[in-house]
Structures are given as C-alpha cells and as structure tokens.
Design a protein around this ligand. Structure first.
Ligand code: BGC
Length: 378
C-alpha cells in the first residue's frame, strides 16, 4: 500500500508518548526512513534551511485548497491571525479554481520570498515542480492536513491521523447500527472522498479495515454492489456529486429495501446523503461524518446524523505555526511519526494529532471549550 501504512492506534499512542524520544532521534539524525533521493542527505523536517533559520518577520505562504468544508475556512482566519501575531507576514490563499491556480499561487509565494510554504493540496500529486522550486529557493515545505505525494520536496506533514479517522468512522457505523437498527443484517452504502485528495484513501481504508470482516460474515450487505474506492469516491468532495450517486443507488437498488446505514467520509457528504434518503422516503440511516461542521453537530444533537469526527483546526494550525517558529529559530520542528506517511518517494516525517469520535452521547463533553461548538450542545 503506497499511501499509508496501517498504524494501529496503540502504536500511534505509543509513538505520541514517545514524542520526546522521537524528536531527539530525528534531531540527532538517526532516522533514515526516507526512501528516495532526499537531497543533501538530511534526514527529516527542515533540512538545511531549518539549520540556518531565517529573519524574524519573514513571509510565510499558506496555500489552501477549495472551501470544501468548514475546517479550511477556519484555517484561513487562524493562519492569518496566528502568523501575524507571531510577527510573520502571512500570505494565505485559497485555490478555488483548482490545481493550476494553486500551482501559480505557490510560485508567487516563492517569488515573494516565502521562507515556509504550508500547503493543503488541491491535488496532492500535482505540486512536485512548484515545491521543488520552493525548496531550491530555500523555503521549507510543510504539507498541512493533506499529504503531498510523489515528490521529495516536502519536509514535514502536519495532520490528524487519517487512517485512524477511517477506523473511528467504521466503528461508529457498526455501533450506530446496533443501537438504532436492531439486529442485522444491515443494508449499507459506502461513500468516499475525492480521489485527488491524498487523505481520501486512508480514510476509506481505515474504515474498511473495520467493515470488511462484517461484509464478509454477512452482517453488512451492500445492495448496490459498489464497494471499490473508485466506485464510491466523490469528485471534488462535492455534496451534489454524493447526492446524485445516492439518488441513483436508492432508485436502482432500494425499491423494496430500507437503507440502514451509510459510511460517509465527512459531514458535507453525510448531509447530502441524508437529503437523498429523505427525498427517497427512507427512514434516517445511521450515518458517519467528519469535521464537526455546525449543521452536522446540530443534526447529531437532534438525533439524526449519527457521528462525526472532531479534528480541532485550532490545534492543527497552532502546530503548524509552532513549526514555523522553530524553523525561524533554526531548530527542527517537532515530529512524532517517522514511518507512516510514505508519499511514493519518501517517508515524510509527520506530526500527527489524534482525531476524536463524536456521537450524541459525548458531544457536550468533546466540544466543551470549543468557541463555536460548545454552545450547540446545550
Ligand atoms: C480533510 C477533511 C475534509 C475534506 C474535504 C480532507 O482533506 O482532511 O477534513 O472533510 O478534505 O474538505
């Protein structure tokens, strides 16, 4: 599996606990995980540009994808505020027009002297030459939330553990079915994210690592017969694409059946599937999600959508800004995983945060202290 090796949670936790040791290992240059030509023989995040540090007040580029979910919109504001507060000059841009727009934005950031390029890729496989150009010009490249693939021009990956997100979604679906739909077998359908987003595969594979055995033993039935990633992926993470596919599946395979559950990779697509089920006159299926979007949290509290995942964007941005600060000071950013994210050319040193599953039962507890979401659980 080229994208993401399986990282059992226990191992991840151990890795997280071994944070200091792992960082020390990286700092002392003992890790030699990189598979390909990594340039200059450096072993992990930052490399030569990190060792030299750079001036205070430097320009930092943040290239974000389209606004396909609320987390990206929140990230824009947090990066602008956080980087400015830390004394840097941020350039934060969305690539609403897609890949080529993002490519030119990154080129322009490099031209404006950005010392760090933080990138949430539209298409993780299509930034190789722009990121190489960034590195050639002395910038450090951090993949943010989404891995960039097939290039050695990336120093670090900062994200929530994507495979674990999928595992939690698979587990939540099984738990929800048992709680809300009585005894099995259950009719379910699968939805995956956009195939150009490197995260979509680990999300799906994580979930299927839990669901596959239950499909094999007959507990779960997929009436549409659509089970491969290619069949169930959703171009551009667009709600209308997921809804259209669900409409077709429901009219084609469910005239005499109930839809008990849906694996959805995020909240936007979960709401689209719920709309589709409602319009087809079906009972509310047990459905998973991700991102803790406002409308979905309301839906969970109201007992409709079954689950979501909390990936606190504030933490992800904070870790990214901590990495920028470290690089500015000529230090190595913190790393807690040096083996999971093989991007096809190198294993990218990562700082992984832990995703949290949220259902009606634990929503109040999980969102306590979140400036937007806490309110919704009262
Ligand atoms: C993010 C998800 C998000 C999706 C669509 C993924 O790369 O990790 O949190 O739901 O993009 O925006």
């Amino acid at each position: 599996m080229p994208d993401k090796k399986v990282v059992p949670m226990k191992k991840l936790t151990t890795t997280l606990l071994a944070l200091t040791a792992a960082s020390a290992l990286v700092l002392s240059g003992c890790s030699s995980d990189r598979g390909g030509e990594s340039g200059g023989g450096e072993t992990s995040g930052g490399g030569e540009s990190a060792a030299a540090g750079f001036e205070e007040g430097a320009t930092i580029g943040v290239a974000l994808p389209q606004k396909t979910s609320e987390n990206w919109v929140l990230a824009e504001q947090l990066f602008n505020d956080g980087l400015t507060e830390a004394g840097f000059k941020p350039i934060v841009q969305f690539a609403n027009g897609g890949v080529s727009e993002q490519q030119s934005q990154i080129d322009a950031m490099v031209e404006q002297g950005a010392k760090v390029i933080i990138v949430g890729a539209v298409d993780g496989s299509q930034l190789g030459s722009q990121l190489k150009n960034a590195k050639d010009n002395g910038a450090t490249v951090i993949a943010y939330d989404r891995l960039v693939k097939n290039t050695d021009a990336v120093d670090e990956y900062i994200a929530f553990d994507n495979f674990q997100v999928g595992v939690l979604q698979g587990e939540a679906l099984l738990q929800g079915l048992a709680e809300r739909k009585g005894e099995g077998p259950y009719n379910i359908e699968l939805i995956a994210g956009s195939s150009d987003d490197a995260n979509s595969t680990p999300f799906f594979e994580g979930a299927m690592s839990v669901l596959d055995p239950k499909i094999e033993d007959g507990t779960l039935v997929i009436p549409s017969g659509q089970t491969s990633f290619e069949q169930v992926s959703t171009q551009g993470w667009k709600a209308e694409n997921a809804q259209k596919r669900m409409d077709t599946v429901l009219s084609g395979s469910y005239s005499d059946k109930e839809l008990d559950g849906v694996l959805s990779p995020n909240d936007t697509l979960a709401r689209a599937a719920l709309t589709s089920a409602k319009q087809a006159g079906k009972e509310t299926p047990v459905i998973t999600g991700q991102d803790s979007e406002v409308e979905s949290v309301k839906s969970i509290v109201a007992g409709e959508q079954y689950s979501t995942i909390y990936k606190d964007t504030r933490k992800l941005v904070e870790e990214s800004i901590n990495a920028v600060k470290a690089l500015q000071a000529g230090e190595e950013p913190e790393i807690n995983d040096t083996e999971s994210y093989d991007n096809g050319v190198i294993t990218v040193p990562a700082f992984l945060l832990e995703p949290i599953i949220v259902t009606q039962e634990n929503a109040a507890e999980v969102y306590a202290g979140d400036p937007t979401l806490e309110e919704l659980t009262k």
